[in-house]
Design a protein around this ligand. Structure first.
Ligand SMILES: Cc1cc2nc3c(=O)[nH]c(=O)nc-3n(C[C@H](O)[C@H](O)[C@H](O)COP(=O)(O)OP(=O)(O)OC[C@H]3O[C@@H](n4cnc5c(N)ncnc54)[C@H](O)[C@@H]3O)c2cc1C
Length: 457
């Protein structure tokens, strides 16, 4: 170990040679990150016959969906049909079957005040619509522990080897080819080797460590929390029956918390428990230890100030209490891959359909090239850190599209292993065919309103 010293002899940098790592697992495909994208990738790869190890730093699967308590699956409906199917749909169906998920049935999707009153507080409205009331569309409100339970079941049934409590720290490289990963654990440094590595960390930890190019994006941070003891019926009645009074108090509540979307509380499948996608904080970096520490302290302060205000002032909240603040801070954007193709805001807005489309969101498409790191072999990237500009990512990073990407990444990795070729050499058409066989819609058949890009060059 060597120390760099400043002039006053305080150390500024320590050169620390990391020690050896014990090889604890070897599989065809290694997925790092057990959030929505990584979970879908692991299940999909295993279903294609590859042996799979899934690595997660936290003690549960789910990423922001479970640990971040982001409790609505949205951005999955193009106005006519549900577009993000496959493992995402399976997750919804299985959570619904155990009472952990609520969504509007097809006959209750549409535009009217009656429907809006019934479904808006479930988050099942088109949040991009300009019209009032916003149309009710397919979106699913779920319970975070329901997500964890179903994930555990699905991953076990698929036969994936899961390693929780394992924090990825370094890429094992052979030139520009990744051969495995090293994790820090309570049992020391551990190596997991594989033929294809999928980076689903959301922050591009693995690709960045492997030397991939990226841009450092940023967006608001949020300390999501849940309130219990809420009389949601009274609160909703107040909003619709005394709209002027509601507007004034709601505005004041938002001022107290200092940053939120319009509907700052939404219902969950648990009676009397709502989740609050707020308070938002700006100017903080989701990778900086100082900033994310500050966000936790500042967020909790604002949450308790809000609770004092709403208890005293807003009908339905008189007996409310904080159930929990999400264990994972709400980080939406940090590193973004600079891949073989960078998706732009225009691509998303214009619904550009690519010749190598392998995944989709609401009404936009994801090219396989945006999941491949330039100049690194043996790796596929899936999830919110995919190759997109900062503004494009803000519009295309909801949970369902991340799961769609994950499913395709898993299939691509398994195909690469089966044919002993590089992920880059896998044909997008082959990926789409397998995703379809798994029950997913990879977006290979463009909707009528898509803008077709003829050339992948
Ligand atoms: C506050 C907030 C509100 C949102 N609202 C919505 C919404 O209403 N609806 C919606 O659909 N989407 C919403 N989103 C977006 C959505 O939650 C994310 O974009 C989505 O979860 C991304 O999935 P992912 O799998 O790519 O990444 P993540 O969910 O971030 O999962 C990454 C996983 O990798 C793990 N990981 C990271 N680094 C390491 C490491 N070094 N070693 C091991 N494991 C690691 C993490 O612990 C995590 O499990 C919201 C996001 C935020 C932050």
């Amino acid at each position: 170990m060597t120390l760099d010293m400043a002039q006053d002899q305080t150390p500024t940098r320590i050169a620390d040679k990391p020690g050896d790592a014990t090889v604890v697992a070897r599989s065809d495909v290694v997925v790092v990150g057990g959030g929505p994208a990584g979970f879908a990738a692991a299940v999909a790869a295993r279903r294609e016959g590859a042996s799979v190890t899934l690595i997660e730093r936290y003690p549960y699967l789910g990423g922001l969906a479970a640990g971040g308590m982001v409790l609505v699956l949205d951005d999955m409906h193009n106005g006519q049909e549900v577009t993000t199917t496959g493992i995402c749909t399976e997750m919804i169906d299985r959570m619904a079957a155990i009472g952990a998920c609520v969504y509007p049935p097809p006959e209750e999707r549409g535009q009217s005040w009656e429907l809006f009153r019934k479904w808006a507080r479930w988050g099942a409205f088109d949040f991009r619509a300009q019209s009032k009331p916003a149309p009710i569309v397919m979106a699913a409100a779920f319970d975070p522990d329901g997500w964890k339970r179903v994930s555990n079941d699905m991953i076990t049934e698929a036969g994936v080897d899961v390693r929780l409590h394992s924090w990825f720290s370094r890429a094992v490289m052979d030139g520009n080819r990744i051969k495995g990963v090293i994790c820090e654990t309570k049992a020391g440094r551990q190596a997991i080797l594989g033929d294809v590595i999928i980076d689903a960390t959301g922050d591009l930890d693995v690709a960045a460590a492997a030397g991939s190019a990226f841009v450092h994006g940023s967006y608001i941070l949020t300390t999501v929390f849940r309130l219990g003891g809420v009389d949601t019926e009274t609160a909703e009645r107040f909003r619709f029956e005394e709209p002027e009074k509601y507007a004034v108090l709601d505005r004041q509540a938002k001022r107290v918390m200092g940053g939120s979307w319009d509907l700052w509380w939404l219902k969950t499948p648990l009676p009397g428990i709502v989740w609050c996608n707020c308070p938002h904080m700006t100017g903080l970096d989701g990778l900086s230890v100082e900033d994310i520490t500050k966000a936790d302290f500042e967020g909790r302060k604002r949450i308790y100030a809000l609770v004092d205000f709403i208890r005293a002032n807003i009908p339905g909240f008189a007996s409310c209490f904080v159930v929990d603040v999400a264990p994972q801070l709400g980080v939406r954007q940090t590193r973004l891959l600079e891949g073989d193709y960078v998706v732009t805001k225009d691509d998303v807005q214009d619904r550009v359909h690519f010749p190598d489309t392998v995944a989709r969101g609401r009404d936009y498409y994801t090219p396989y090239r945006s999941m491949l790191p330039k100049a690194i072999e043996g790796m596929v990237v899936a999830g919110r850190h995919y190759s997109a500009t900062e503004s494009a990512q803000k519009m295309s990073r909801e949970i369902p599209p991340c799961m769609s990407m994950g499913q395709s990444a898993g299939v691509a990795a398994a195909l690469a292993v089966a044919s002993n070729i590089a992920p880059r050499a896998v044909s997008p058409a082959a990926i789409c065919a397998k995703v379809r066989a798994q029950g997913g819609d990879p977006g290979d058949r463009p909707s009528a309103n898509a803008k077709i890009m003829e050339n992948a060059a």
